[in-house]
Write a protein that binds this ligand. Sequence first.
Ligand SMILES: O=C(O)CCC(=O)C(=O)O
Ligand SMILES: [Fe+2]
Length: 363
Amino acid sequence: MASVAVSGKSSSDSFQPFEFETTLKVVADSSTLKVVPSKFNFSNEPTAFTSDSLPIVDFSALIAGGGDQRSKALHDLAEACREWGFFILVNHGIPESLMNATFTAIKQFLSLPDSEKKQYEAKSASDPIKCGNFNVANTSNQSFTLWRDYLKLYVHPEFHCPHQPQLLREVVLEYTERTRKLASKLTEAVCNALELDEHYVDEVLKMGSTFQLFAANYYPPCPQPDQAIGIPPHTDHGLFTFLIHNGVAGLQIEHEGKWFNADSPKNSILVNAADQLEILSNGRFKSVKHRAVVNSERERISIVVANGPSGEAVVGPAAALVEKDGRALYGSMKYEEYIESQLTKSRFDGKSLLEQQMIVPDN
Ligand SMILES: O=C(O)CCC(=O)C(=O)O
Ligand SMILES: [Fe+2]
């Protein structure tokens, strides 16, 4: 069990174990499938706008650049977190070969026989290794299944990963170690941009024992992309989420009330400012809603690393910002409790956990 103490209590609200007899891969591999089976039904409009102004942040300039170069990168980072809540990270130093090997390893895992994967069948939302798919409630409170299979691993502060395939363990270990360093540098940089005390990152967020989750999402081609969804609109819970994909589009982000395709160039990492960042910045940075839509042509794989503070960290708006703003716009919560609430209550229905954290002033 990872040291994030999401308790083993049963999460009856929304979490339902995966049924291996109806694995999505098997369903979708059926060449005769012309309509989406009813259990997946979720009507949606998968088209979105395309923007060529998704912000780009140069990681090498952020950490090694000289004065002006670094200030520009820092400005770009803060602006991206304020305006879009998403940005494309380039010059991040993660080798292309490692990213490719991670996709290879995930494909190997997905191709294992169900009998092998069944040992990782999710029994509780807090299992440190789990695969399958979720049933979630939609806005009208109907239950439907996502058009997605997944593998989720808690990788830090304790490392959990299936032992087979062999390659998976090696690449997940290396990829998550490297992304952890990137996330930590980005967190330092945003705290710097917010002019927070230099001890904030270590003492409040306790980044030495950062909670990190690795997830692979597999979306098979879908005969009716407007009748099913990969992941419905949601926000992520940590500080920064990193996403890479197999070159097939599908991620969309909400910006100024509209949906935009969030395509990212090969070898870049798409970074999402998540809930804890919005909270600690007292609303300056945005954890924006995003969703994964499906398509009828090609299978899509995304690899996601969610980087949080320590599970022990109590995150609320930074004191210096509350002082500046005159009031806290969000409540404080221990991060492991935040994760547990999000895992065990439907995050796609009604008010999100982030919205519940917002403090509405008395008039
Ligand atoms: O696969 C994607 O593009 C989105 C994944 C995502 O939002 C998530 O895993 O939280
Ligand atoms: Fe997400």
